[in-house]
Structure formats: structure tokens, C-alpha cells
Unconditional design. Sequence first.
Length: 221
Amino acid sequence: MIRLVVVDDQELIRAGLRALLARTEDIEVVGEAADGIAAVEQVRATTPDVVLMDIRMPGIDGIEATRRIAADPALSGVRVLVLTTFDTDEYVFDALRAGAAGFLLKDARPEELRQAVRSVSAGGALLAPAVTRRVVEAAVRGGRPPDPDAHPAVARLTDREREVLTLIGRGLDNREVAAQLVLSPATARTYVSRLLAKLHARDRAQLVVLAYDAGLVRPGE
């Protein structure tokens, strides 16, 4: 059973998500919150597997709430899935940098929501290529330039590891990375695991952030 906390400042949205997921056999809503401070308190009290996190809320926003959850060693197993409209949220990249495992559109279909929760709970990252590019472009528009010096470990990667990291930063999954570099899927997975270890990244979403910070990924590529 996947234990879930729903965080959104709109009661109607929380009620809708709770009602939808209550009809899902393998997902249980164990808590909800209407602002960032309450979200962190609820997560600490229930230790869920996944948090559906809105970004714009009163008090501390979803980015800061995500940062506090990701920084708490007692919550290392909790995965944050950001809910966004993209048309109005300019800070999704900041949420990834804070520790979110991915993002989901608020108008996603019910089965997309269920699969997103399952994927993130299993350790995956929800980063579709087209949406990832939009997030990186939004980061640039928001005045967030790459900072290669912030992650010196990237400079110590092998050429092949840097190639793999670049493709991950563009939103490619393991199968697509393997095809692009003419590798077996198993070898691509090995490279991804090695990157996670070498760069001390929580998950694939953090590799996207690192690729951008290192200047390996640029808008339009």
C-alpha cells in the first residue's frame, strides 16, 4: 500500500484528489495540508511514501516545504511529486532543486495521477522530455544561470558519464539514452546508477538539475 499526503491550499482540489485516490486499491491517503508549514508537520507525523505538493500556498510555499522534507534524514524515504499548472508556475525548477522527484500537471487524467504516484513511490522520476525542456527554459527566463562551480564532482566524470548525464538532463529515459549512445539498456541503467552514486543525487530529477547547473543542458537543445 502506497501511503500518500495531499498538499494544496484549495480545499476543493484536496477533496477531489482524496476522493479519486480513495478508489485506488494500492494507494491510501493518510493526511492532507493546506499550507507548507502544515505539510511539513503532516509529513513528519505520518511519514508517507509520496507527497502530492502544490507550489503556491500561504505561509511557506511548496518549494520551501519540499526543501525541509528533503533535508530531514528521518524523511529520506519520502518522495515529493509537485502539482503544477505550468502556465502560471515559474518555480518548478526550484522545486526540483529543492528535492522534488518530479512534477505532474493538475489537469492530468486520473490514471496518469495514479501511475505517477506509483512511479515516484517505486523510486522513479516523473520527467517527460518535452516538459523537462520547458522547465529548464523557465529557469533561464527566471534568471537562474548555470553554476558549474557549484558541483565540482561533475568535472570528475568520465566522458561517457557526462554524455549520459547530458541526455538525462534533456529528459531522456534509460531506453532512449541506450539508443542514443548505442548501449544496451542494462549498460545505460548501470551508468545512471553510477551517476547517482558519484554525484550523491537523490534521484533522476536531481540529475536533471545537476546537468543544468553544470551547463551540460541548454534551452532549445
